[in-house]
Design a protein around this ligand. Structure first.
Ligand SMILES: NC(=O)c1ccc[n+]([C@@H]2O[C@H](COP(=O)([O-])OP(=O)(O)OC[C@H]3O[C@@H](n4cnc5c(N)ncnc54)[C@H](O)[C@@H]3O)[C@@H](O)[C@H]2O)c1
Length: 367
C-alpha cells in the first residue's frame, strides 16, 4: 500500500529555504505543500522547485493551516524566536535553521519551550552531516586515534553573500559572525569532543570586507576574521580560525582531530579524511622519519551529484536523519540544548572580542 508523504511547510524561501526545497524534492516520503515568504521574488523562485505548493505572503495565514506534519524555519536569524514560538502552539515537527536564536536570552527561552515539546524539534546544525565530517567523527568515536586532546577547525572562505534586505550585515540580525556562521563549528567541537566548554578567548575584527558598504541602518558591524580558543571540561582544547576574505584557499574547511594515539584530518571540498597513527616509541622520530606512509591513509569520499549542491551533501543527510527520527519516534540528534550551547559559545566569543578577556561559560547563566 502506498504511504502518504509527510506534508512539509517551509517558512522563508530565500537561499537556504530553496536548498531545503531542492533536497526535499529528492526524498520520496515527503512533499512540500506550503511555502511562506513576504518577498515575492523568493516565492517565485521557490515555485520553480515546487510548482504545486500553496503560497503565503503572511506568516499568520500560513499558521492557520492545520494539515502540516513538518515545518522548516529558514527565515533570517532574528526572526526564529517569534516564528518558532508561534509554531509550537500548532505542534508540527520542526527543523529550525541555525542559529536557533540571536541572543542568549532568546536561545534560553526557546530551549525551555522546545525541551519538552511533544513533536520533534531539531536544530539545523548540518555540518555534522557533511559526508567527510561524518566519516571523520565516526573514526574518532571508534577510538582509533585514542583520547582526543586537541581539535582545530579552520574555515577560510569567501565573504558573506548578499541576503534579502541585507539582514546579514548587522549583528543585531545575525547574533554576530561567531554566532551566525560559527555556531556550526562550536556545535562540532562539543559533538566531537563529547564535553562541555568551560572558557573561551577570542580575538577578531572587521578588517577587509564590507568596509565600503552603507545601508539605511548604517555601516556593517559583522566581523570578518577571528581566532577563538575554547577549553573543555575533559581537558581537551579546541581552536577556530575563521577568515572570510580567503576565497583562494585550497580547501575551505579543515578539521584536525588530535588524539594521544594519532590524528585525523578532514578537508572540504576535497572531501578527504586522512588518518595517521603514531608509533609506539620515539626511536623513529630521532632518525628523522617524521611521517610514516604505512600508518597514514587518505580516503576520498564520493558525493552524489544531485545532493552535492546542498552544502556538500550535508543538507540531504540532515533531512534523512530528521525524517528517520520522525518515523521512528526518536529524540532529536541535534536538540535544542545543542542549539542553545552553540549560540552561547558564539556569544561568549563575541563578548570576549568586545571586552578583550577570557569569558567563563558559567558567566552566561546571568545573561
Ligand atoms: N545550514 C546552513 O549552513 C545555512 C546556510 C545558509 C543560511 N542558513 C540559515 O538559513 C536562514 C535563512 O538564510 P538565507 O541564507 O536563506 O537568507 P535569505 O535572505 O536568502 O532568505 C531569507 C528569506 O526569509 C524571508 N523572510 C523574512 N522574514 C520572514 C518572515 N517573517 N516569514 C517568512 N519569510 C520571511 C525573506 O523574505 C527571505 O526570502 C538563516 O537563519 C541562516 O542563518 C543556514
Amino acid at each position: 500500500m502506498p504511504v502518504t508523504p509527510l506534508r512539509y511547510g517551509i517558512v522563508g524561501t530565500g537561499l537556504m529555504g530553496r536548498e531545503h526545497l531542492r533536497i526535499l524534492s529528492l526524498i520520496p516520503e515527503v512533499e512540500a505543500v506550503a511555502i511562506c515568504d513576504p518577498h515575492s521574488a523568493s516565492i517565485e523562485e521557490a515555485l520553480k522547485i515546487t510548482p504545486g505548493a500553496d503560497t503565503y505572503a503572511d506568516f499568520s495565514d500560513f499558521l492557520n493551516r492545520d494539515d502540516l506534519d513538518v515545518v522548516v524555519v529558514a527565515t533570517p536569524n532574528h526572526t526564529h524566536a517569534d516564528i518558532v514560538t508561534a509554531l509550537v502552539q500548532k505542534g508540527p515537527h520542526l527543523l529550525i535553521e541555525k542559529p536557533m536564536a540571536t541572543t542568549i536570552q532568546d536561545a534560553k527561552t526557546l530551549h525551555s519551550l522546545l525541551s519538552d515539546y511533544q513533536s520533534l524539534a531539531w536544530i539545523g546544525m548540518e555540518y555534522r552531516y557533511a559526508p567527510p565530517v561524518a566519516q571523520a567523527i565516526e573514526r574518532s568515536d571508534s577510538g582509533e586515534i585514542g583520547t582526543l586532546r586537541m581539535l582545530s577547525i579552520r574555515e577560510h572562505r569567501y565573504p558573506f553573500l548578499p541576503k534579502i534586505d541585507d539582514w546579514n550585515r548587522f549583528n543585531k540580525n545575525t547574533g554576530g559572525t561567531l554566532v551566525e556562521k560559527c555556531c556550526h563549528f562550536f556545535d562540532l567541537m562539543r559533538h566531537i569532543l563529547k564535553s562541555e566548554p568551560t572558557q573561551i578567548f577570542a580575538s577578531g575584527a572587521i578588517d577587509v570586507n564590507h568596509l565600503n558598504e552603507t545601508y539605511d541602518e548604517g555601516k556593517p558591524d559583522i566581523i570578518d576574521n577571528a581566532l577563538v580558543i575554547v577549553d573543555f571540561e575533559s581537558g581537551a582544547r579546541a581552536s577556530l580560525d575563521l577568515c572570510m576574505f580567503a576565497e583562494q584557499s585550497t580547501d575551505q574547511t579543515e578539521i584536525h582531530f588530535v588524539g594521544d594515539a594519532g590524528k585525523i584530518e578532514c578537508r572540504q571540498p576535497a572531501n578527504s579524511v586522512t588518518i595517521g597513527l603514531r608509533h609506539e616509541g620515539w626511536e623513529n622520530w630521532a632518525v628523522g622519519a617524521f611521517r610514516d606512509s604505512e600508518r597514514l591513509r587518505t580516503d576520498y569520499i564520493d558525493i552524489a551529484t544531485d545532493i552535492s549542491h546542498g552544502h556538500g551533501g550535508a543538507t540531504f543527510h540532515e533531512h534523512q536523519a530528521f525524517l528517520t527520527a520522525i518515523q521512528q519516534s526518536q529524540r532529536p540528534s541535534v536538540s535544542s540544548l545543542d542549539g542553545l550551547m552553540a549560540v552561547l559559545m558564539g556569544a561568549a566569543a563575541e563578548i570576549s572580542i568586545r571586552q578583550n578577556r577570557v569569558v567563563h561559560m558559567s558567566e552566561l547563566t546571568d545573561y
